[in-house]
Ligand binder design. Structure first.
Ligand SMILES: NC(=O)c1ccc[n+]([C@@H]2O[C@H](COP(=O)([O-])OP(=O)(O)OC[C@H]3O[C@@H](n4cnc5c(N)ncnc54)[C@H](O)[C@@H]3O)[C@@H](O)[C@H]2O)c1
Length: 433
């Protein structure tokens, strides 16, 4: 369903009228290209060598004072005094960051062994990032990356400093050390997934269809899985993408085995996207509404992941991306079943990630969409839908493409150091942290 308010405020009379009435002024997000250069700043004394990584983002150094992207290396912030350098670095430039521009703050990993002054100063970067994200406006995003070395974080920095992350803001992303992260394919390869097989569940429509399309666009052979009732849509999409369709209800007890049989060469990317809602307040919720949501959204994800890992059907260096939701992280009235299932996804990711990586370089992450313009959200009553759209720092809903691009970053062969993360694609929704 089109966001008519966003289109209206994009016209001159619309802008005039809504400004006079004091109504929100969401910016048209740029999903094609960032316009402007890159400004690299530091706060505190840093050991990070970012030059070559930033060079490869394709953004030239800023020369006209209107950067499209600002990277602030704050890994050297150790106490409240050096924290003041964060203010000193960004205060003079923040106003001039281009519309739909990017601010990326780099922080050090949090280590319980750190001195408590350092711990306080590094944690302070999170409050700083999230607050700046809420006030910066004009479609600009602000994110924090905690990292130990620049090469391991290259794919993440390229994503956050590109149009692909248009709807990702207010996030804290941890990137581990490079060890154990297969980076056989260069991060700037045009078809990083060439020769790889990706399976997307619930891919006949909505977010899943966009994910399948984006992964195919990066070179993957895609398997479009959906329920038999959606078989025709799935087949049509698979044909268009040069992939195959798999008609399968993911709740079938043997779903994992049937997927393994359908991909004899194994899977390089597994995207658990299928999901349903059956909303009711707990007091009115029959057991069937509870169990159907828990079965599709969580139990089947656990079951198929276990079966595929046990069968050795997830290849070395594989990427598992599951789908949570901000409703699961923040809680939502009428969605105890859905919220439980999606919070369960975050638990699965955090628990399995270290073991899968240690085993054979498989990473396990989740995307947590906020309000995304799909059939699922088009079915939401008008006033709740309008509130869902506007109640985030970017003042609008995201597109399936925004979730797809985030998934493609996590699925990238060079993203092996990104593991166990739950990344919200929500325009920094006011729901939850
Ligand atoms: N749209 C949003 O704003 C939003 C927000 C947060 C999270 N999500 C999550 O993103 C995912 C995709 O959402 P969407 O909006 O595209 O939903 P959608 O309803 O448009 O599409 C879901 C797809 O999953 C398929 N599916 C459902 N049950 C299945 C099963 N048992 N086996 C196989 N396929 C099955 C459906 O047939 C459908 O094609 C879901 O997990 C959803 O919970 C969506």
């Amino acid at each position: 369903m089109a966001d008519r308010y966003l289109s209206f405020t994009g016209t001159a009379p619309g802008r005039f009228l809504t400004r006079r009435l004091g109504l929100p002024q969401p910016a048209q997000l740029r999903r094609d290209a960032l316009t402007g250069g890159l400004l690299h700043l530091t706060a505190g004394k840093t050991d990070l060598d970012l030059a070559s990584v930033l060079d490869r983002t394709g953004l030239a150094p800023d020369t006209d004072g209107h950067p499209a992207a600002v990277v602030l290396d704050a890994t050297g912030v150790r106490d409240v005094d050096t924290l003041a350098e964060v203010h000193a670095a960004l205060h003079p430039v923040v106003r001039s960051v281009a519309t739909s521009g990017r601010v990326v703050v780099l922080g050090a990993p949090l280590d319980p062994a750190d001195h408590h002054h350092q711990a306080a100063a590094q944690q302070a970067l999170e409050g700083f990032t999230r607050s700046l994200g809420k006030e910066i406006g004009r479609g600009r995003t602000v994110n924090l990356v905690r990292l130990t070395d620049a090469p391991a974080a290259e794919s993440t920095l390229r994503f956050l400093l590109s149009p692909a992350s248009a709807y990702v803001s207010g996030q804290v992303i941890e990137v581990g050390p490079a060890a154990g992260s297969p980076t056989a394919v260069p991060d700037d390869a045009e078809l990083p997934l060439a020769g790889r097989t990706a399976l997307v569940t619930g891919a006949a429509r909505g977010i899943g269809a966009a994910v399948a399309g984006t992964l195919a666009g990066r070179g993957a052979r895609v398997v479009v899985l959906d329920v038999p009732q959606a078989g025709q849509e799935a087949r049509r999409l698979a044909e268009r993408l040069g992939g195959t369709a798999l008609a399968l209800d993911i709740t079938a007890t043997d779903a994992g085995e049937r997927i393994a049989a359908a991909v004899p060469g194994g899977l390089d990317v597994l995207v658990h996207n299928a999901g349903i809602t059956r909303d009711r307040r707990l007091a009115n919720m029959p057991a069937e509404r509870w169990s159907s949501v828990l079965d599709v959204n969580l139990a089947s994800v656990l079951r198929t992941t276990d079966a595929l890992l046990a069968a050795g059907a997830v290849n070395r260096g594989g990427r598992i991306v599951a789908t949570a939701s901000i409703a699961g992280l923040a809680g939502n009235a009428g969605q105890t079943n859905y919220g439980a299932s999606k919070a369960g996804i975050a638990g699965l990711v955090r628990s399995l990630a270290p073991r899968a990586l240690a085993g054979h370089g498989v990473t396990v992450n989740a995307v947590a969409p906020g309000f995304i313009e799909t059939k699922m959200t088009a079915a939401v009553p008008l006033f709740i839908r309008e509130a869902g759209r506007r109640m985030n720092s970017l003042g609008q809903g995201g597109l399936p493409l925004d979730v797809a691009e985030t998934t493609a970053w996590l699925a990238h062969p060079a993203s092996g150091a990104v593991n166990g993360q739950v990344v919200r694609v929500c325009g920094q929704s006011l729901l939850g942290a």
